[in-house]
Design a protein around this ligand. Sequence first.
Ligand code: NOJ
Length: 438
Amino acid sequence: MDPDFKWGVSTAAYQIEGGHDAHGKGLSIWDVFTAKGSCHERHHGNTACDFYNRYKDDVALINELNIPNFRFSLSWSRIIPNGIGEVNPEGIAYYNRLIDECLANGIEPWITLYHWDLPHELELKGGWANREIVDWFAEYVRVCAEAFGDRVKYWMVMNEPMVFTGAGYFMGIHAPGRRGLGNFLPAVHHAVLAMAEGGRVLKALLPEAEVGTTFSGSYIQPKTDSPKDIIAAQRVDALLNRLFIEPLLGFGYPEADLPVLKKIRKHFKEGDEAKMVFTFDFIGIQNYTREVVKHSVITPYVNAVLVDAKKRQVPLTAMGWEVYPPAIYQMIKKFNEYDGITKIYITENGAAFPDTMVDGKVIDTERMAYIQNHLKQVKKAKDEGLEVSGYFVWTLTDNFEWNEGYRPKFGLIHVDFETQQRTVKASGKWYGKFLGGD
Ligand code: NOJ
């Protein structure tokens, strides 16, 4: 691979930090959602991997594994406890220490500004369904750019907006646990506006920075070649893969393929068509699997269902997701087809498997094979001349996997959550070697 290719590892604040009420941090929607016992076995991120206190050790591990780029997110409510208003100097100081620790170890910090942990106070004001969030978010972005922009070159405005709006505001299985189109559609529109506005704020304050945003992307295939299944697959593709990128690129929402999206217009204000557009320096694609889709009359709005991977008798991860490496190639190809995208990084790819510790070792051959086989597909894309400039493994350590709690283990590094002891898995050792160590 070319020497400029960015190799890295990705994390997110709520999934690893803990320190949920440390040093002036305000509550986030995930603190509140987990306190209600809404996740697997009432798991929560109050302590998580204790990265808040152990960041030095973990950055040292990243260094030991020769990983040159570390993607992490900032907790909005650690920085601005109520989401708007007063800034918490201890929150800023914490991320300054983390950034400096990365740099001291020769590791490039890549910041995600929003990885789903909205300040709870803002949710009380309507959260993503309230249009004012565009201004609240822009102000938060400004604070972060001014605090950290002198040392951080790579920025991602949002992480997978389809997931936090879909799971959090439509299905109610993620924080804040809201449901229905009446929550989902305004949340989508405001997330698009906030993403574009966040990009503009960063670029204005940090013209030298590389500014991007990240999207989930699953390769969608129809179950059969019947026209009904093919059209159902197009609707699902519009929802899962095109809903956020296309308005940014100036195409508007993909209403032609998913007519229910016409209802978003109700939330438009004058000038929104232009405000939704922003040219990011890069797009982060996060791929884990493919989905097989069939027509369904009983599913409202999309008239389609995903055929459960378990029923398809295919290899599965502990999330129940199909292991299908060509999906990553297909997503690279799909995003390459948009003229407005000039740079692509795979900002997440990885897998959960039921690891076992034997004699102090975790030999996670399935995860290693998963990563290696996906990398072959990334290389195939690159060899064919498609644009793809980096690859980040999800994730550094086993951590809090949202509504699934600590059950699924995605880490290159095992964590004993009783003792917080870290053990590098075989996959981590392999990745470290692959990246040029010993
Ligand atoms: C994408 C999300 O960004 C991350 O938070 C999550 O843990 C992984 N996918 C795995 O589900």
